[in-house]
Design a protein. Structure first.
Length: 356
């Protein structure tokens, strides 16, 4: 396959029906699942969110994960499983996501209780039960780029047989977006937000394997000129590269790239800085990164959400992933953009100096 992919051709090849969540799994696909993810960050208001809905063993239910970053440093969190999905709308009863126009716009809504916490608290250990507050979120997302599909630089057969395909979970696309909306917290003034972010959309069977996911580094950003970059890197142990997907985009062309030095997970609080270096047919690309928001989570890569917690569980073994999620401010040749970041590492490789 070519090391270049034309964005316009890719966009035109996607069927509209692929956008819509399904209320029933195909009978002929073992382990079939779907998930929808939404990220947005308003750098002026220091406000952002990550909303996620996905299937587990019982397809009639959706697991919802909510993370909302507020200007005063609070983080609102919730993991909740429930019914409510119908054809065209994914939902767990309190969180919902639906396309308005395929590949052009989506609507996200939340109305339920969440638990306030901080990044410091989540870094120290698992988050226990605590007071909750009622929150209502409405977000309208308009796509600002062509979607891209994982495996675009490989043949269909080669991608289907790859570890990357198994980890990605079959058909999976991402897309840059601009979103506007409101966050209403009971007893507080509403927060109006407007910012750039990213979405994910997956349909297919995901298989992590007997050894679990070893860790990953995933991020992307689009700049005012329209240029953009993307990294989905998976590591083994303390960082041996086994597979990845990475590109830089200029104009309407995705150029396959290589990550020179992956930035591994380390639970440093806000203010973290690092440099991303990519190599492609366009040459070397250097991007400076500064952390603007984060949270920490324990992720168990299994067929059940049981045992997942907010905060790092340093003692759980063997396939416990310590994961951080949040947003970075990126600078590339004088242009600045903010967007999401997600990294993980098996907890046994994470320094214990960050514990209580």
């Amino acid at each position: 396959m070519s090391d270049q992919v034309d964005a316009a051709m890719l966009r035109d090849s996607l069927a509209p029906e692929l956008e819509y969540p399904s209320d029933k799994a195909p009978a002929d696909v073992t382990g079939y699942g779907e998930n929808e993810g939404f990220w947005v960050w308003d750098d002026d208001r220091k406000t952002g969110m990550h909303l996620w809905l996905g299937t587990w063993a019982d397809y009639s239910l959706r697991m919802g994960r909510v993370t909302i970053w507020l200007p005063d440093g609070r983080i609102l969190t919730r993991i909740q499983e429930g019914p409510g999905t119908r054809q065209g709308v994914a939902s767990n009863g309190v969180l919902s996501a639906a396309p308005v126009v395929p590949y052009e716009s989506w609507q996200w809504n939340l109305f339920g209780s969440v638990q306030p916490t901080t990044a410091q608290e989540l870094r120290q250990g698992p988050l226990g039960d605590g007071p909750r507050v009622l929150v209502k979120v409405s977000a309208e997302a308009r796509m600002i780029s062509s979607p891209w599909v994982n495996g675009g630089f490989q043949s269909a057969d080669a991608f289907e047989a790859s570890d990357l395909s198994k980890l990605s979970g079959g058909f999976r696309l991402e897309q840059f977006l601009h979103a506007e909306g409101t966050i209403e917290i009971a007893g507080e003034n509403p927060i109006v937000f407007s910012g750039v972010g990213n979405r994910t959309h997956r349909k297919g069977a995901r298989a992590v394997g007997g050894g679990g996911l070893p860790g990953h580094f995933w991020t992307a950003a689009i700049f005012p000129s329209g240029r953009s970059f993307y990294i989905q890197w998976f590591g083994e142990g303390v960082g041996k590269m086994t597979l990845s997907e990475c590109w830089v985009r200029e104009g309407d062309i995705f150029h396959k790239a290589e990550v020179i030095d992956p930035c591994l997970f380390d639970p440093v609080l806000n203010g973290e800085r690092f440099t991303i270096q990519l190599r492609s047919a366009l040459g070397f690309t250097t991007i400076e990164a500064e952390r603007v928001a984060q949270s920490f989570q324990t992720l168990l890569v299994t067929t059940s959400p049981s045992g997942e917690t907010w905060g790092i569980d340093y003692d759980r073994d063997p396939y416990n992933l310590a994961m951080d999620q949040g947003f970075m401010r990126y600078e590339w040749n004088g242009e600045v953009a903010c967007n999401f970041i997600e990294r993980s590492r098996q907890a046994r490789f994470v320094s214990t100096e960050f514990q209580k």
